[in-house]
Design a protein around this ligand. Structure first.
Ligand code: AMP
Ligand code: MG
Length: 341
């Protein structure tokens, strides 16, 4: 089916129109503080099936369920351990998803066949107004075609989804720029980081004590086929532009020498602020802090495709704080191709 995808604003009238579409079981692109989401009624199997179809997403990759009040956690999670309450108090509304045992009302198509549900209470006001107006939770994965870089503006969503969904609500550029931090919280309160994001490992560890926090292998390592993964999304090649991406570890001089020796005519480099004129190729800074890099990363990867770049060399970010989230996304964009100089 082909849709005449409407571009809506965050006005009262347009939000009501978006909610109406969602009530009719349609799919709408919505802004959140992390990246744009592809939203549908999380409790409606037919509506959720349309998300998977629009994205081309594998059926075993579960969707995050978005709520607009903390109390809704009790409607969708079978059990809410003390540590989950504590983390929600600290980091909700915000860019953190908690995986808990699901209640029966969450259909298996939404949970990717798992007995758990990923819940998030986003900070973005437009997202919350839409959820409120609907009166049901919204399943919303990132609003990109499966595998491509996540969208951080309404234009990006249109680029991928025009004709595939009913509408996109334009809420401007996303402040965070990378997807939410995903953690699982066991009934005993043990926390496992499945996907790093703006809420950092350091913040989680400080909140619930180090002994209670582990990091899933998929965060910084390649999980091989057939290996059990806690977060199914981590096993797919992801966030990739058409260009080949290579992560390069080393100082700016060796980085520059490496490009001089290996870079072809059509390559580009993503570096830190102040390094832009030190590379023998088209070069752009993606910032100096993890926060800046997160905010710019996906948008720059998309821009490289627009310019027809076929090889991108990226200076490896710090692997702490928000930098860990940037590193995690880059590893997947690069298909784990990392060069250490
Ligand atoms: P996206 O919707 O594109 O932001 O991706 C959602 C991420 O959360 C994927 O990596 C999923 O595998 C993960 N996720 C969502 N729900 C669950 C769940 N119930 N169990 C494990 N991982 C989940
Ligand atoms: Mg995604």
């Amino acid at each position: 089916m082909t849709y005449a995808t409407k571009l809506l604003s965050p006005s009262e009238e347009d939000i009501a129109a978006a909610a109406e579409m969602l009530k009719n079981g349609e799919v709408v692109g919505i802004p959140t503080e992390t990246v744009y989401g592809l939203a549908a009624n999380a409790l409606n199997e037919t509506a959720v099936a349309k998300i998977f179809a629009a994205k081309g997403r594998p059926a075993d990759n579960p969707l995050i369920v978005h709520i607009s009040r903390f109390e809704d956690i009790y409607n969708y999670a079978e059990y809410v351990p003390e540590n989950a309450k504590l983390l929600a108090e600290l980091f909700w509304p915000g860019p953190m998803t908690m995986i808990l045992r699901k209640k029966e009302c969450i259909p298996y198509i939404t949970s990717g066949g798992l007995d758990t549900v990923g819940l998030r209470f986003p900070a973005n006001i437009t997202a919350r107004r839409i959820i409120d107006k609907c009166g049901f939770p919204l399943a919303a994965p990132s609003a990109n075609l499966s595998g491509s870089p996540s969208p951080t503006s309404a234009v990006h969503v249109m680029d991928d989804m025009q004709g595939r969904i009913s509408a996109v609500v334009d809420g401007g550029s996303c402040e965070v720029g990378v997807e939410s931090t995903v953690i699982s919280v066991s009934d005993e309160g043990k926390v496992c980081l499945l996907r790093p994001g703006f809420i950092t490992l350091e913040e989680l560890t400080e909140a619930v004590e180090e002994d209670n926090v582990t990091v899933a292998k998929g965060v910084t390592e390649c999980v091989s086929d057939g290996e059990r993964v806690l977060s199914p999304g981590m096993k797919y090649k992801h966030y990739s532009p058409k260009a080949n991406v290579t992560v390069v570890k080393g100082d700016i001089d060796s980085f520059s020498d490496y490009i001089a020796a290996h870079g072809g005519d059509n390559c580009a480099a993503m570096v830190f602020d102040g390094d832009e004129d030190k590379c023998p190729c088209r070069c752009i800074s993606y910032g100096s802090t993890g926060e800046q890099q997160a905010q710019r990363l996906f948008s720059l990867l998309r821009k490289a495709d627009e310019k027809g770049i076929d090889q991108i060399y990226v200076r490896c970010p710090e692997q702490s704080g928000v930098g860990l989230a940037v590193y995690n996304r880059l590893l997947r964009a690069a298909g784990f191709e990392v060069i250490s100089l």
